[in-house]
Design a protein. Structure first.
Length: 96
């Protein structure tokens, strides 16, 4: 929780850094999924998401809880099934 606002600000900067600097930094929006093994882990993510929304507001986050079926669809080809997860489609990574 204590780093959430910094993380959101960082994403804003990453999304415009290529244009600001006139270079390709390697940043790509690709999303991130944390898959949960069981109902308790899924409940923990639900709790985290509720706290995060209370802190920064629903409009600031595109994270959502995923069902077992949606998690399976996001992880096509996975060797096993998960209880669900938390997915943030607007997250990204940089690979220069």
């Amino acid at each position: 929780m204590r780093e959430l606002e910094l993380s959101l600000e960082s994403l804003k900067l990453w999304r415009r850094i290529d244009a600001d600097l006139g270079i390709d930094t390697g940043y790509r929006t690709c999303g991130i999924l944390y898959a949960d093994d069981d109902a308790q882990a899924l409940a923990d993510h639900e709790c985290w998401l509720a706290r995060a929304i209370a802190l920064v507001g629903r409009d600031a986050l595109d994270s959502r809880i995923t069902s077992a079926d949606e998690t399976a669809a996001l992880m096509s080809g996975a060797a096993r099934r998960f209880a669900g997860g938390i997915y943030t489609p607007g997250d990204g990574r940089a690979e220069p």
